[in-house]
Design a protein around this ligand. Structure first.
Ligand code: MEV
Length: 323
């Protein structure tokens, strides 16, 4: 009865721009998704019949990737993440399902994090109309701090490359790892607006905006520069500069119309006690993130402003089997 856990992720810099080949920096967070799978006499998810349309990631992994034709499976999912909130819950689900399924098929199978990241990316692409970067799935699979970019990024350790046929042509990404200095004394506090953030719709909305207003591509270039500055600051443990870059990134994301009044109000509420704050993930609704030395205080500020807080370290361990 294999059980696997995969963490959620928080994008510190570069969401949306990464879909167009620019770099993104993301960290695995402490909360995630646990999946338990056992052989059964009927197909169920959390006690309900498995419906392919309601579970596109799981169906794709079972049918298209593993071409599974064994006994029916009972799948149990428990998530510590707000769902459709920009925290990579579908990526974590895909990675945990992939890890548990590998063990159902071969009980001696050892986790291959890169293979799981690829499987998860394929499932995300299928569910997001062919437009998905490998950011969420790679961060949840590998853990720590991950940089995803169209080109190798200086100062990162290359782990694997990924490519995808998108409606805008073939995209390729290099996925690398960065070590966050241990002496960093700061926490992430995520704040959920309570509104869903449908990644596919938000990514399609940005594609439409860029078509209608080609000059907006300058915002993408600006996000790429901020991401590079933020990464340099993070690698050297300069939390003040990381926070400044987060604030600048939020303004650019507003300019490509992926923020919302709810996100802006949570971001404004936490800034007095944070190094910096921004929306994280696809936007529209979903979550913002603050980097702070005062996580409890910032969590209270989020609650008072109407959001739901979640505190995490920067860079948890990636997908793993659990007892
Ligand atoms: C979603 O977490 C991040 C986006 O950049 C989409 C993607 O990378 O696939 C908005």
């Amino acid at each position: 009865m294999p059980k696997a856990f995969a963490p959620g992720k928080c994008i510190l810099f570069g969401e949306h721009a990464v879909v167009y080949g620019h770099p993104a920096v993301a960290v695995a967070i402490d909360s995630g998704v646990e999946v338990e799978i056992k052989k059964s006499d009927s197909w169920t998810i959390d006690g309900m019949p498995l419906e392919i349309d309601r579970h596109p990631h799981i169906s794709h992994i079972l049918k298209d990737i593993f071409e599974y034709d064994g006994d029916p499976l009972e799948i149990r999912i428990s998530s510590g993440l707000f769902s459709t909130a920009g925290l990579g819950s579908s990526a974590a689900l895909s990675n945990a399902v992939g890890a548990a399924l590998e063990v159902i098929i071969d009980e001696n199978h050892e986790i291959d994090k890169v293979a799981l990241a690829r499987i998860g990316h394929s499932a995300e692409a299928k569910a997001q109309n062919g437009r998905a970067s490998p950011t969420d799935t790679a961060t949840s699979a590998i853990g720590g701090c991950i940089v995803v970019s169209g080109n190798d990024v200086e100062g990162t350790e290359h782990i694997f490359s990924a490519s995808l046929e998108t409606p805008e042509g073939t995209r390729t990404w290099s996925i690398g790892k960065v070590v966050i200095p241990e002496e960093i004394d700061a926490w992430l506090v995520l704040g959920f607006t309570g509104k869903a953030s449908p990644t596919g719709d938000m990514v399609s909305g940005v594609a439409r905006l860029l078509k209608e207003e080609p000059k907006k591509i300058e915002e993408m270039n600006a996000i790429a520069n901020i991401t590079q500055a933020g990464l340099t600051a993070l690698s050297s443990g300069n939390v003040e500069a990381v926070g400044m870059a987060m604030n600048a990134c939020h303004e650019r994301l507003r300019n490509i119309q992926v923020s919302s009044p709810e996100l802006d109000s949570l971001v404004d509420a936490v800034r007095p006690h944070s190094f910096g704050a921004k929306l994280t993930g696809a936007g529209g609704g979903g979550c913002m993130v603050a980097l702070t030395r005062y996580p409890q205080r910032v969590a209270q500020e989020i609650e008072i402003a109407g959001g739901k807080p979640l505190i995490s370290r920067l860079g948890a361990e990636g997908v793993r089997l659990v007892n």
